[in-house]
Design a protein around this ligand. Structure first.
Ligand code: 9UX
Length: 90
């Protein structure tokens, strides 16, 4: 399954706990696989299934929580991780 990674500029985070609030806002959106928010850089990287959601919906989720979110970049997520179902020699 191919995923995409969106990078957002996040505004309005005033304390360290805001990072968690923003991450949870992203992760609550159906289709989001991972969200990492950086307080110092005021940025977020979100990996998601493009068939389930899109950057506009992700930004809206964060804006509803009271922050600003602006899409900076969108890329195909690297398919580097081997599938969990693959046989691993023991
Ligand atoms: Mo800190 Mo952020 O007290 O939503 S959690 S300002």
């Amino acid at each position: 399954m191919s995923q995409q990674t969106a990078t957002f500029d996040i505004g309005g985070m005033t304390c360290a706990s805001c990072v968690n609030v923003v991450e949870k806002s992203f992760k609550r959106v159906k289709g989001v696989a991972a969200a990492q928010v950086n307080l110092a850089a005021e940025s977020a990287r979100v990996t998601f299934d493009p068939e389930a959601t899109d950057p506009a919906a992700l930004a809206t989720a964060v804006q509803r929580a009271g922050y600003q979110a602006e899409l900076l970049d969108l890329q195909e997520a690297p398919d580097a991780e081997p599938a969990v179902t693959e046989a691993v020699p023991v």
